[in-house]
Write a protein that binds this ligand. Structure first.
Ligand SMILES: NC(=O)c1ccc[n+]([C@@H]2O[C@H](COP(=O)([O-])OP(=O)(O)OC[C@H]3O[C@@H](n4cnc5c(N)ncnc54)[C@H](OP(=O)(O)O)[C@@H]3O)[C@@H](O)[C@H]2O)c1
Length: 307
C-alpha cells in the first residue's frame, strides 16, 4: 500500500483530496498546522503530522511518504479584515513552499502533485501570481517527478466565492464591477479537482496544465446567472472604477468582518488571469450544480475560516 501525504486534510481542497486518496486505497498522512477537528471527518483513518516551517521537522513529517499532494498556500498577502495575530505573507508562503518541496526531496518522496493558479507569472506585480510562479519554478528545479495543476476557482463543498456572490445578489439591487466587463473565470467542482489531482499523482510524466471545469463565464455574466438562478432576477452590474468598487467591498467587509475581495484579487480577476483556454479537466457543470442548490445557495455568508 502506498503512503501519500496531503497538505491540509482538514481544510478545503485538502479534505476532498484526502477522501479521494482513501477511496483509492492509499494510506493517507495529513500535513497540517491544525489539530484534527472533533469529530474527525476521517474517523482516524488519516494520520496527522505537523506542518511546521523547519527543514528537519518537515523532512521528518514526510518520512516514508511516496507521493506528496501540495495544496499549501495563503489567500491574502496582508492580514484580512478581522484577523488578529501573526500573518504569513505571500513571500513567506513562497519560502515555506520551497522548504516543503526540498524536504520532500530529502525525505525520498517520489512524486509531487502541486496546486498552483491559472496564469502565474514571475513578472507579475501581483504577489499571488508571482509567488505561485516562483514555487512552480522551484519545483521544476528539484528534479522530482511532478504534475502542476493550475485551477481558476473552485465551487462546491462550502466554497466561498460562488456562495458569497449568491449571498450578495440575493440582497443587493446592484453588483459593482470594474469595466470593461470582459474578464473570465473558469470554475471547477472541488471534487473533480480532487479526482484530477489523484489521477495526476498516479502518472509518471512531468506536466503543467490548467485544471478547470467545462464552462467558462465572463465574470459579469456569472453574477447575472447566479442572480437569475438563486433569486429569479438578473442583478444590475454597475460598472465603476476599481477604486470605487474596492471601497464598496471594503465597506461590506467591515460590516461582515471579512475581506470580501482584496485589491490584488480584483486586479487579478479584471486582468483576466482566472481565464483559461485549455481543455477542461472537470466534468461537473456549474449551471447544473447550481440549479440543484438554487434554494440554499447564498442563504448564509461564508467567511474565510479563521487562522
Ligand atoms: N479556493 C479556490 O477557489 C482556489 C482557486 C485557485 C487556486 N487555488 C489553490 O488551491 C490550493 C488549495 O486552496 P484551498 O482553498 O483549499 O486552500 P485552504 O483550505 O485555505 O488551505 C490550503 C492549505 O494551505 C494552508 N493555509 C491556508 N491559509 C493559511 C494561512 N493563512 N496560514 C497558514 N497556512 C495556511 C492550510 O493549512 P492548514 O491545514 O494547516 O490550515 C492548508 O494546508 C491553494 O494552493 C490555492 O492557491 C484555490
Amino acid at each position: 500500500m502506498q503512503t501519500v501525504a496531503v497538505t491540509g486534510a482538514w481544510s478545503f481542497l485538502g479534505r476532498y483530496v484526502a477522501r479521494e486518496l482513501l477511496d483509492r486505497g492509499a494510506q493517507v498522512v495529513s500535513l497540517s498546522s491544525r489539530t484534527p477537528p472533533d469529530p474527525d471527518p476521517f474517523q482516524g483513518s488519516v494520520q496527522a503530522r505537523p506542518l511546521r516551517w523547519d527543514s528537519a521537522e518537515l523532512t521528518a513529517s514526510l518520512a516514508g511518504v511516496d507521493r506528496l499532494y501540495n495544496t499549501y498556500w495563503v489567500r491574502h498577502d496582508q492580514p484580512p479584515i478581522g484577523h488578529r495575530g501573526p500573518w504569513t505573507s505571500h513571500s513567506e508562503a513562497v519560502q515555506n513552499s520551497c522548504m516543503l518541496l526540498d524536504a520532500a526531496k530529502a525525505a525520498g518522496v517520489q512524486r509531487i502533485v502541486h496546486v498552483s493558479i491559472t496564469q502565474p507569472s514571475a513578472d507579475s506585480r501581483l504577489t499571488y501570481f508571482r509567488g505561485k510562479a516562483q514555487v512552480e519554478a522551484h519545483l521544476r528545479g528539484t528534479g522530482l517527478s511532478h504534475a502542476i495543476l493550475r485551477p481558476s476557482c473552485f465551487f462546491g463543498g462550502g466554497d466561498i466565492l460562488i456562495n458569497n456572490v449568491a449571498w450578495a445578489v440575493r440582497r443587493m439591487p446592484f453588483f459593482p464591477l470594474p469595466g470593461p466587463l470582459d474578464y473570465r473565470i473558469r470554475p471547477m467542482h472541488v471534487a473533480d479537482m480532487a479526482q484530477a489531482i489523484c489521477n495526476w499523482g498516479e502518472r509518471e510524466d512531468n506536466a503543467t496544465r490548467d485544471a478547470c471545469g467545462p464552462d467558462q463565464y465572463r465574470f459579469a455574466d456569472l453574477v447575472r446567472y447566479i442572480g437569475h438562478t438563486v433569486a429569479g432576477k438578473k442583478p444590475r452590474i454597475l460598472t465603476l472604477p476599481t477604486s470605487v468598487c474596492l471601497r464598496l467591498y471594503q465597506a461590506a467587509g467591515l460590516l461582515l468582518r471579512d475581506t470580501i475581495l482584496s485589491r490584488a484579487e480584483l486586479e487579478g480577476l479584471s486582468q483576466d488571469l482566472l481565464g483559461s483556454d485549455e481543455e477542461p479537466l472537470g466534468t461537473t457543470a456549474l449551471s447544473e450544480w447550481m440549479a440543484r442548490r438554487a434554494d440554499t445557495l447564498g442563504r448564509e455568508f461564508h467567511p474565510e475560516p479563521p487562522r
